[in-house]
Design a protein around this ligand. Structure first.
Ligand SMILES: NC(=O)c1ccc[n+]([C@@H]2O[C@H](COP(=O)([O-])OP(=O)(O)OC[C@H]3O[C@@H](n4cnc5c(N)ncnc54)[C@H](O)[C@@H]3O)[C@@H](O)[C@H]2O)c1
Length: 217
């Protein structure tokens, strides 16, 4: 199952399905039709069926989907059946906002360690998370077996911190800095840029209006 190779667009929709199924399970719903799921997550049912088909048949014809079965399945795929510890490098404005956000409430993810060069921050606890000085970063990441790091440092610090993160054995970086960091092929980088997302939203509003669904990726 872990070896299933799926398109990026499908991978991006999996957490959306997961969140909604979690909501359904919590409210006691036991089954859902593909049309209901489609309406709720705003993804057309053909796309949902295609997404699910990458993982084999998950629904029964004429019955729809069993919510708990599907939820457990996505839990495994998204590693939500175990807690994922994430590191945060750069505890400034954006870093603080991310620390304050309780990832764990809906997703089994928590920021377990923060790192910052500012001596006033290092050695403190911010939003319940210990902040370490940079010279402890590699050791803490190894000791805590952190595999994913969120990068929220100024541009000029991004690459050399990335190089240290690679040395520490990190597997994935969520990069909020505006530069494209270089990593070896076995490390994955997810770039997040709110300005680009906003531009995309503006583009879709201008070209397709507020109610039409965006064309399939
Ligand atoms: N992707 C987005 O949508 C988005 C949105 C806002 C900001 N950003 C980017 O995120 C980054 C952080 O923005 P911010 O507003 O939080 O900045 P900030 O100045 O408030 O915070 C930066 C933090 O990094 C720390 N820092 C500086 N040099 C460091 C180093 N060498 N090692 C470790 N820590 C170091 C600082 O002490 C500070 O706490 C910037 O690169 C900014 O461009 C991206």
């Amino acid at each position: 199952m872990a070896e299933t190779i799926i398109p990026k667009a499908t991978a991006k929709r999996l957490p959306v399905y997961y969140r909604y199924l979690n909501f359904l399970a919590n409210s006691g719903t036991t089954k859902i039709s593909s049309t209901e799921l489609s309406d709720a997550v705003k993804v057309d049912s053909a796309t949902i069926r295609r997404d699910f088909s990458y993982f084999g048949a998950l629904g029964k014809r004429g019955y729809g989907y069993d919510v708990v079965d599907l939820l457990n399945f996505f839990k495994k795929i998204l590693n939500q059946d175990r807690l994922t510890n994430v590191g945060l490098v750069g505890v400034g404005n954006l870093g603080h906002a991310l620390l304050n956000y309780n990832f764990r409430q809906a997703n089994n993810i928590r920021i377990s360690a923060g790192f910052d060069i500012n001596p006033e921050l290092a050695g403190t606890i911010q939003s319940g998370v210990p902040i370490y000085p940079m010279d402890e970063m590699i050791k803490q990441i190894k000791d805590q077996q952190i595999e994913i790091v969120i990068l929220t440092v100024p541009i000029d610090a991004a690459q050399h911190i990335t190089d240290d993160l690679v040395k520490a054995g990190i597997k994935g970086i969520m990069n909020f800095t505006p530069i494209r960091i270089s990593v070896p092929s076995y490390v994955r980088v997810q770039n997040v840029d709110l300005a680009t997302e906003l531009q995309t939203l503006i583009y879709f509003l201008e070209h397709y209006g507020p109610t039409l669904k965006e064309p399939e990726a």
